[in-house]
Design a protein around this ligand. Structure first.
Ligand code: IMP
Ligand code: MG
Length: 191
């Protein structure tokens, strides 16, 4: 077997932004906030994969309400240096969300383009209500006006990895959220 270069993963971090312990504590609280907001209603969760996989799995286990889960996949417009067009839907819903209470979940709210375009798309399907939940919010980076209803943590304008967030599909399985050492980042792609 060839030896992986980035081993162990956490050694690639320059700083930890949110510890594993703090994630667990906040996810528990967020679950309680969401449960209070929905009362005894059933929730139809739409999770944006891959980024929100870890967060969604942990959060939903903190919510006592009946939950239906669906996942969608959105194209990353970020690697495309030429066009900054609308994010595209690569994998669509399988559940019917008409007249359902929908909670849209993503890993991070950055420019706001992904969340606002997915929210607009879901609204056209006539849900009874639509709320949004995000693990991380980089408020200073917004290009499209958008606020999530439930936010885990506000973080500074740094490229974050871990707990679902990736850099070139790696680091999702880090149990904390951190910033990569500068020599491991690729600024032109993310500038
Ligand atoms: P937005 O459309 O600019 O709000 O970006 C949202 C998407 O960009 C997220 O779903 C992430 O996939 C990705 N993204 C934005 N910032 C980061 C980051 O700091 N780390 C990893 N992915 C990020
Ligand atoms: Mg994502």
């Amino acid at each position: 077997m060839t030896k992986a270069k980035n081993f162990p993963l956490h050694a690639d971090l320059e700083t930890v932004l949110v510890s594993e312990k703090d994630i667990k504590k906040r996810v528990k609280k967020l679950g309680a906030e969401i449960a209070t907001a929905y009362g005894d209603e059933e929730i139809t969760v739409v999770s944006i994969i891959n980024g929100a996989i870890f967060f969604t799995a942990d959060l939903l286990r903190e919510i006592p309400n009946p939950v239906r889960l669906d996942c969608i996949r959105i194209s990353s417009y970020r690697n495309d240096t030429k066009s900054v067009g609308q994010p595209k839907l690569l994998q669509s819903l399988t559940l019917d969300i008409a007249n359902r209470h929908v909670l849209l979940i993503d890993d991070i709210l950055d420019t706001g383009k992904t969340f606002s375009s997915v929210a607009n798309m879901l609204k056209k399907l006539n849900p009874a209500s639509l709320h949004t939940c995000v693990l991380l919010d980089k408020r200073g980076r917004r290009e499209v006006e958008f606020e999530a209803d439930f936010v885990g943590f506000e973080i500074p304008d740094k490229f974050a990895v871990g707990y679902g967030l990736d850099f070139a599909e790696r680091y999702r399985n880090l149990p904390c959220i951190g910033v990569l050492k500068p020599n491991l980042q690729n600024p032109p792609e993310w500038a």
